[in-house]
Each structure stands twice: as C-alpha cells, then as structure tokens.
Design a protein around this ligand. Structure first.
Ligand code: FAD
Length: 326
C-alpha cells in the first residue's frame, strides 16, 4: 500500500466562544462531503476529524475502483486527502481531535473534545462511521488491503479465479460468500459452530452452491503471508487440531458496529444499532442534529453512499438554519 499520511495539522479555528452554524463530527466520506457543501454554503463548518482515525475507513485500504470519477481507481488515502483539500479550500476548519461528549438538546449544541475544549453550534452533523469487527488474530491487521477484507462489494473484483475464504456464519457472511462466487474459483466458509446462524433461505442458497465449501467448528488462529495473504491457520474447536487453509483472500464477515457511543441514550437508535433518521433525510430524533454515512446505514456502507448522505445532511442543515432565521 502506498504510504501517504492525511494532513495531521489542524487548521486555525475560530475562537471556541463563538456559536457556529455547524460542527461536523467525523472525517470520512460522509463528513468531508458535508463539509464541502456546508463550506460552499458559507456556513464555515468546524470539522472534528478524529485524532488517530482521521480520514475514516478508506485510510485502511489500497485501491478504490468504485468511487465515481476515477476511471483508473484511486488509493483510499489519496481519495481522502483529496476530499480533505476540497473541504479546506472552501473554508472548513479542521481539528484532528476526538469528540468525547456532546450536549445536543436545545437551540445551541455543545461538543467537547478530548482535551476539554468546548465548541458550540446551532447544528451538529454526526458522521462517525462504523467499524467492522475483527478476528483479532496475527497477520490480520497487517494484511488488510493485501488479501484481508471486510467488504466483498468493495474488493471481490480483485479475487478473480482465486481460492478465498469467508469467516462467519450469519446472513452477511452468506451474502458475501454467494456474491464472491461471481469472481473466485472457490469460496471456503470457516465457521465456529457446526451449523449456520444465517436465515434458512440464505443458508440453503450457500449450502447448495457448487463453489462454496464449509469448514465447521473452526476458528482462524492467524492469517499467513508476507506481502499478501497466502493462507490461514485454523484451529478445530472440537478436536483441537490445527490445519492450514491455502487461500489468497480472507473476508472477515463477523459483524459491524456503528460508532454510536457518543450519542447512546441521547439520540434514537434503530434495531440495527444505527442512528435513526427520518425517512431519506438525515434528521435525527433531536432538532438541529443530523447524521450521515455508515453510522446511519445498516445496509449499503459504501464510500459513495456515505458521501451522498453527507450531502443530504449538509442540505438539511442549510434548510434548518434558513427556517430558524426566517
Ligand atoms: C478495508 C475497507 C475497504 C473498503 N473499500 C471500499 C471501496 O473500495 N469502495 C467503497 O465504496 N467503500 C469501501 N469501504 C467502505 C467505506 O470505507 C465506508 O463505507 C465509508 O468510509 C463510510 O464513510 P463514513 O464517512 O460514514 O465513515 P468512516 O469512513 O468510517 O469515517 C468515520 C470518521 O469518524 C471519525 N470519528 C469517529 N468517532 C469520532 C469521535 N468520537 N470524534 C471525532 N471523530 C470521530 C473517524 O475518525 C473517521 O474520520 C471499505 C471499507 C473498509 C473497512
């Protein structure tokens, strides 16, 4: 993967004593798109970008081939660098810090950072994304973007004619496994139990698929490979025997957690754990608070859908402020 750091230098920000029009929490595709739109609407957004995870999920990947506008693809970190530059060009103030608490009720919202600084605004956009659950085994983190993935839609195309594995036994694991059969020579599902957790219909489709094989009662102990994935070491949970599975791709499909810690108990959440928004809008259960990107999306979770929902949030903020001022 090309090493390129997203600019870690915070821009000069308007004094904290001023009440802003909008604060954006999170600097993934949703946050930056919201920043570009609100900055161009002259709302002078303050973005709290995150300290170590600025730029969001795409900072962890290599080629992005499905973001419109880049016919030759673009490296994830480069795409985020471009979005950052575009947001700053129109006047977005960016702080590379974490938000640790928020007070969202009332006309003026308060956002508190890890260092205790408080910023106030009439609206807040929450775009804190979501996190794919990890196996937590040796080699996994090091080989993300080099054979380890958690997104079949994003990366399946790179595994044409290869032998790959999907780890997990739920609906999303089966969906990923079935989707990956379009590209891969074989897909081996590795599951900790002796039966699938997936719904009957998904399980049946996967079980009868000629390209999908199953290894039951087994967990991944480590992901093998130097520059790229060459296999996975498995442990049979019943017999205790270890074995090697030769694969060039490993899709981890054991769940995804929306990052809602900041707003748990404050904003209404959905059954899936995402922030609840009103139909196609970004309006949350509190007036003046909007949410966008993977943190509201249990289904699509793509950079372009996150960016699109960041645009929606920015327009919702504009309309809300205009209404308040009329
Ligand atoms: C390995 C991998 C590869 C992928 N490849 C593709 C691909 O090829 N194409 C594609 O379309 N999609 C891809 N995706 C999916 C895509 O990355 C996500 O759908 C997209 O990044 C979601 O954008 P977001 O803005 O909602 O959230 P994120 O990108 O997750 O960004 C969330 C932001 O919130 C910030 N944040 C969180 N908590 C706080 C806090 N308390 N204070 C301040 N900031 C905070 C983080 O720092 C981060 O900046 C991939 C995902 C992964 C994991």
């Amino acid at each position: 993967m090309k090493e390129k750091e997203h600019s870690p230098v915070s821009t000069e920000v308007t004094p904290a004593s001023e009440v802003r029009d909008v604060i954006i929490v999170g600097s993934g595709p949703a946050g930056y798109t919201a920043a570009i739109y609100t900055a161009r609407a002259d709302l002078k957004p303050l973005m709290i970008a995150g300290s170590v995870t600025a730029g969001g999920e795409l900072m962890n990947t290599t080629d992005v081939e499905n973001f419109p506008g880049f016919p030759d693809g673009i490296m994830g970190p480069d795409l985020m660098e471009n979005l950052g530059q575009q947001a700053e060009k129109f006047g977005t103030e960016v702080m590379y810090d974490d938000v640790t608490s928020v007070e969202l009720e009332g006309a003026i919202k308060t956002v508190t950072l890890a260092d205790g600084q408080e910023f106030k605004a009439r609206t807040v956009i929450i775009s804190t994304g979501s996190a794919y659950r990890e196996l937590g085994v040796d080699g996994e983190k090091r080989l993300v973007g080099h054979g380890v993935s958690s997104c079949a839609t994003c990366d399946g195309f790179f595994f044409k004619g290869q032998d790959i594995a999907v780890i997990g036994g739920g609906d999303s694991a089966m969906e990923e496994a079935i989707f990956l059969t379009k590209f891969a020579a074989t897909v081996t599902v590795v599951h900790r139990r002796d039966s699938l957790r997936a719904s009957k219909i998904m399980a049946e489709r996967a079980l009868k698929h000629p390209k999908i094989k199953f290894i039951w009662n087994s967990e991944v102990v480590s992901v093998e490979g130097e520059a790229k994935v060459t296999g996975a070491r498995l442990n049979n949970l019943v017999t205790g025997e270890q074995s090697d599975l030769a694969v060039t791709g490993l899709f981890v499909a054991i769940g995804n957690d929306p990052r809602v810690d900041l707003v748990k108990g404050v904003l209404e959440l959905t059954e899936a754990g995402t922030i609840a928004v009103e139909s196609r809008s970004s309006k949350t259960s509190i007036k003046g608070v909007f949410a966008a990107g993977d943190v509201v999306d249990p289904t699509y979770r793509q950079a372009i859908t996150a960016a699109g929902s960041g645009c929606v949030a920015a327009l919702d903020v504009e309309h809300y402020l205009a209404e308040q001022d009329s």
